[in-house]
Design a protein around this ligand. Structure first.
Ligand code: SAM
Length: 195
């Protein structure tokens, strides 16, 4: 994963824990020497499970089947993949626009099977949400998404998010709790830097 916990990453991981449950997320590959005190409080309070080990040290790869979610994979994830894999691995990598294929670093390390979630980059929490929906039986084609939504704060202020998001029942993109405020704060900072 990225060095350090940015505010953005903390909000995403908190949301992932809320969405899939603390027993279903393991944050691996934290820098050696990491202690509980280095884990941001919101994540500690939600019971984040973490390790400094790499995935393939933490998981017995001779007994478990791993699947890396990779935007460059040739095969899309299908509901039946639930039967084939024990662990799904996501890069704790912030999205860059355009994507720089940093997930491939994980691919080289892990040498496991890979699956794609369509051809557009998602935020990590969206990738986890989509994977859960597919493994619970909803094929990718049936999930409603929005690509590059514009987040509008006022008549004059808006930011385009260069990712694909799942839509909620009100046809709004699902973002981690607190993310709208953070995006607004960041956009105000950028404006302050400008003036
Ligand atoms: N910019 C990174 C890259 O080019 O590889 C992707 C970062 S993405 C925000 C974080 C993680 O979400 C990826 O490492 C991958 O595991 C997962 N992910 C995002 N979009 C995906 C897609 N369309 N298909 C498969 N996995 C995806």
């Amino acid at each position: 994963m990225e060095q350090g916990f940015t505010e953005w990453v903390i909000l995403e991981y908190c949301q992932i824990i809320r969405d899939i449950g603390r027993d279903n997320l393991i944050l691996t590959s934290l820098p050696s020497g990491t202690t509980d005190q280095d884990i941001p409080r919101p994540l500690r309070e939600l019971g984040l499970v973490w390790t400094t080990k790499e995935v393939n040290e933490y998981v017995d790869v001779s007994k478990s089947k791993l699947c890396l979610l990779d935007p460059r994979a040739e095969t899309d994830l299908q509901p039946l993949d639930k039967e084939s894999f024990d662990y799904f691995i996501f890069g704790g990598i912030l999205g860059d626009h355009p994507p720089r294929d940093r997930t491939s670093e994980l691919k080289k390390k892990l040498e496991c099977e890979t699956r794609r979630l369509g051809n557009l980059q998602m935020t990590t929490d969206t990738a986890v949400r989509t994977t859960k929906m597919i493994l619970e039986g909803t094929p990718f084609e049936k999930i409603e998404f929005i690509d590059y939504p514009e987040i509008r704060f006022s008549k004059h202020e808006a930011t385009e998010m260069p990712f694909r998001y799942v839509l909620d029942e009100n046809k709004e993109p699902i973002l981690p709790a607190g993310m709208l405020d953070l995006i607004k704060k960041d956009s105000e900072k950028t404006l302050d830097d400008f003036f």
